[in-house]
Design a protein around this ligand. Structure first.
Ligand code: GDP
Length: 444
C-alpha cells in the first residue's frame, strides 16, 4: 500500500479525537503530535513538518462547528486541505510551446529512472495525440543509448542518437533540427546522470539547456529517497533552472517524504509521477488525489464538504433574510465583511467584478484598509450597540467611547453609523420595489 505507514499514523491521530465535542488547543495537542511523528517517519523535511503542523493547528482551533460532522472528521478535512496545499494545490500541467516544437529536457541522477521516464513520457504524449522524438545525450554510457533505442522502439517513437563522440549540446541541437524537419511536436532529451551531483554534470546540463532553450526542464527524482529528492530539486533549480520534477517509483514502499516535500522545499511543482515499470505507468500529479490516497478517507471528505456547503447556503440565506428585514445591524455588518474576507482578498473580488478590473493596487489597498478600519470600530462597540445602532446614533458619549477604544476619530465612528442607517434605508426602498409597491422616486 502506497504511503501505508503515513496513513496509519494519521489514523492514530483521528482515533484520539473520538468522543470530543469540539476541537480545542488542548484536545488536538496529542493528535497533532501523532501527525508530526507520522510525517517525520515518512521522511518529510522538518521545516515542512513544522509549518504544516502549525497551519493545521491554527485552522483546527479556529474552525467553526459544522452540523452533522464530528470533530475528528473535521480534522481529517483540514489535514486533507493542508496536504493539498503543501503539494502545490492545483495540478501542474505540462507546458507546450505556442509555436514550433516543444522541447522537454530531462535531468536526474543515475538510477532514478530517467531513461524509463523518457519512454513513458513519449508514450504519454502519443496518447495526447502528439508526435514525439527522443534524443540520446548520455554520451558516457553506451548502454544507456541502446536502452533508449530499445524503449523508443517499444513505444513507437524515433530516437535521435549520435554515439558517444559528439558533445551533448551538439546532439541536442541536431536532434531538435531533425525533429523540426519532420514536424514533430515534442522532443524529449535524455541527459547524462551521475551517481552524485558534480560540477561537470551541471555544466553540461547548462550547455544543453542553452543550446535548445527547452519549454520544460524537468528533474527526475526517486520517491524512495524521501526529502533528499526535495533537496535535489532545489539544487538543480538553483544551478540550472528547472520548471518542475517528475517523481518515480511511487509504486514501491516509498514513504511519502518526497511527494510531500518537493513543492514546499524547492518551490517547484511535481508535474508527473511514475508508478511502475510499465510504459503506461506515468501520470500527471494531482495533489488532491494524492492527499485523498494518503488519508484513505474519501467518504469522510465528501461528507464534510457537503455539510460545509449546506452551512454556507444556510448562512447566506439567513443573511439575505436579515438584510431584507431591514434590521441589518452591526453584527450583520461584521459578518458580511468577514464573509467577504473569507472569500479571498478584496483585490481578487474586485478583479472579478466586471468593469472593476481597472482598479489600481492603491485603490485596492485603500478598500482593504477600510474594511479593517470598520472592523476595529465595530469590535469596540458593546453587544447592545451592535444590535441597536440607534444607541450610537443617539449618544455622542457612546460614539466617543468607541472612537477612543478603536483608536479612530469621533467623526469616523459617526460616518460608520450613518453608513449603516443609509444601508437600512436603501434596503427599505428596495423592499418596497420588490413587494410590488410603487417605485419610489430616487431623489439622490
Ligand atoms: P536511469 O539510470 O535514471 O536512466 O534509470 P533507468 O531508467 O535505467 O531505471 C533504473 C531502474 O529503475 C530500472 O530497473 C527501472 O525498471 C526502474 N524503474 C524506473 N521507473 C520506475 C518506477 O516508476 N517504478 C519502479 N518500480 N521501478 C522503476
Amino acid at each position: 500500500e502506497m504511503f501505508g505507514q503515513l496513513t496509519s499514523g494519521f489514523e492514530t491521530a483521528w482515533n484520539k479525537l473520538r468522543g470530543v465535542d469540539v476541537l480545542t488547543k488542548e484536545n488536538i495537542a496529542e493528535p497533532m503530535r501523532d501527525i508530526r511523528r507520522a510525517l517525520l517517519e515518512a521522511d518529510v523535511s522538518l521545516p515542512v513538518v513544522r509549518r504544516f503542523v502549525q497551519s493545521v493547528t491554527d485552522r483546527a482551533i479556529g474552525a467553526d462547528l459544522i452540523r452533522g460532522v464530528r470533530p475528528d472528521q473535521q480534522l481529517v478535512k483540514i489535514v486533507h486541505d493542508e496536504l493539498v496545499q503543501l503539494m502545490g494545490g492545483e495540478v501542474s500541467d505540462l507546458v507546450f510551446a505556442k509555436s514550433g516544437p516543444t522541447v522537454i529536457l530531462l535531468a536526474g541522477l543515475q538510477g532514478v529512472g530517467k531513461t524509463t521516464v523518457c519512454a513513458k513520457l513519449a508514450f504519454y504524449l502519443k496518447k495526447l495525440g502528439k508526435s514525439c522524438m527522443l534524443v540520446a545525450c548520455d554520451v558516457y554510457r553506451p548502454a544507456a543509448i541502446d536502452q533508449l533505442k530499445i524503449l523508443g522502439e517499444q513505444v513507437g517513437v524515433p530516437v535521435h542518437s549520435e554515439g558517444t563522440n559528439v558533445k551533448p549540446s551538439q546532439i541536442a541541437r541536431n536532434g531538435v533540427e531533425e525533429a523540426k524537419k519532420k514536424n514533430i511536436d515534442v522532443i524529449v532529451i535524455d541527459t547524462a546522470g551521475r551517481l552524485q551531483i558534480d560540477k561537470a554534470m551541471m555544466d553540461e546540463l547548462k550547455e544543453v539547456k542553452q543550446a535548445v532553450n527547452p519549454t520544460e526542464a524537468l528533474l527526475v527524482v526517486d520517491a524512495m529517497t524521501g526529502q533528499e529528492a526535495a533537496a535535489l530539486v532545489t539544487t538543480f533549480n538553483i544551478e540550472i533552472g528547472i520548471t518542475g520534477a517528475i517523481l518515480t517509483k511511487l509504486d514501491g514502499d516509498s514513504r511519502g517524504g518526497a511527494a510531500l516535500s518537493v513543492k514546499e522545499v524547492s518551490g517547484k511543482p511535481i508535474k508527473l509521477v511514475g508508478r511502475g515499470e510499465r510504459m503506461d505507468d506515468l501520470e500527471l500529479f494531482y495533489p488532491e488525489r494524492m492527499a485523498g490516497r494518503i488519508l484513505g478517507m474519501g467518504d469522510v471528505l465528501s461528507l464534510v464538504e457537503k455539510a460545509e456547503e449546506v452551512m454556507k447556503k444556510e448562512d447566506a440565506e439567513e443573511m439575505q433574510k436579515k438584510i431584507m428585514s431591514a434590521n441589518f445591524d452591526f453584527n450583520d455588518f461584521l459578518k458580511q465583511t468577514r464573509m467577504v474576507a473569507k472569500m479571498g482578498s478584496m483585490s481578487k473580488i474586485l478583479g472579478m467584478i466586471p468593469g472593476m478590473s481597472k482598479v489600481t493596487p492603491a485603490q485596492i489597498r485603500e478598500a482593504e484598509k477600510n474594511l479593517e478600519f470598520m472592523e476595529s470600530m465595530i469590535n469596540a462597540m458593546y453587544p447592545e450597540e451592535r444590535e441597536k445602532p440607534e444607541l450610537l446614533a443617539e449618544s455622542r458619549e457612546r460614539r466617543r467611547r468607541v472612537a477612543k477604544e478603536s483608536g479612530k476619530t469621533e467623526q469616523q465612528v459617526s460616518q460608520l453609523v450613518a453608513q449603516l442607517f443609509e444601508m437600512r434605508a436603501r434596503m427599505k426602498k428596495l423592499m418596497g420595489v420588490m413587494q410590488g409597491g410603487s417605485i419610489p422616486a430616487l431623489s439622490d
